[in-house]
Design a protein around this ligand. Structure first.
Ligand SMILES: Nc1nc2c(ncn2[C@@H]2O[C@H](COP(=O)(O)OP(=O)(O)OP(=O)(O)O)[C@@H](O)[C@H]2O)c(=O)[nH]1
Ligand SMILES: [Zn+2]
Length: 213
């Protein structure tokens, strides 16, 4: 538990994080629902038809969920599980699912993040890395800033010898609409410390492209 202002969103500690209690407050949900009710009308729908009766409220809750990262403190999540450990090789958590929304169109972009660091006397609980990926992904983003946010958080919280982050995503604003390219994938990367050296970066890139088994 991060602190008493947060509630658990599911029973599975390893799958979900915590949502700040205030985020789901009834007044906020009601206000958002009113706006979405109007938006549905302006889009040419009839919000009074049976299938849409609860839709404004569902959208409100979904959007609050998808933007909950604004209320979460990534550094506190990291700090909650930092352990002294004499391990000085690269630690990689790869293939972390990413679901975020582009700040230009509020359409999803999604894919995978690969995150590595080289400890400097301390390691972090492994689950905290996907958790902070979610904290920064669950807000309006551009992929470049998401990549940098993750890198900076790990660097600041853990003071490791270096951090490497690679993110590969498909952007629905580029496939469902706009330029309508169905297969393009955007790759971004961010590095600090040892990862700025070619040898370390190459080791990281080789390890994240290697298939297991
Ligand atoms: N750099 C960056 N651009 C993004 C990201 N997500 C969406 N975009 C781009 O943001 C740009 C917004 O450009 P605009 O020309 O203002 O918007 P638009 O008229 O809807 O552009 P089109 O998508 O080309 O139709 C587009 O080129 C999108 O592809 C992202 O994560 N990073
Ligand atoms: Zn977009």
């Amino acid at each position: 538990m991060i602190n008493e202002n947060f509630i658990k969103d599911t029973d599975d500690d390893d799958v979900e994080g915590y949502i700040k209690i205030d985020r789901y407050n009834p007044e906020l949900i009601s206000s958002l629902s009113t706006h979405y009710h109007e938006i549905l009308k302006e889009l040419g729908e009839n919000p009074e038809r049976e299938g849409l009766l609860k839709t404004p409220e569902r959208i409100a809750k979904a959007m609050l969920y998808l933007t909950q990262g604004y209320d979460l403190d990534a550094k506190a999540i990291m700090a909650s599980a930092v352990f002294k450990e004499d391990y000085s090789q690269m630690v990689i958590v790869k293939d972390i699912e990413v679901y975020s929304m582009c700040e230009h169109h509020m359409l999803p972009f999604f894919g995978k993040a690969h995150v590595a660091y080289i400890p400097n006397g301390h390691v972090v609980g492994l689950s905290k890395i996907p958790r902070i990926v979610d904290v920064f992904a669950r807000r309006l983003q551009v992929q470049e800033r998401l990549t940098n946010d993750i890198r900076d958080c790990i660097q600041d919280a853990l003071d490791p010898l270096g951090v490497g982050v690679v993110i590969e995503c498909r952007h629905l604003c580029m496939s469902m609409r706009g330029v309508q390219k169905q297969n393009s994938v955007t790759t971004t990367s961010a590095f600090t410390g040892e990862f700025l050296k070619e040898k370390t970066r190459t080791e990281f890139l080789n390890l994240i492209s290697a298939k297991l088994g």
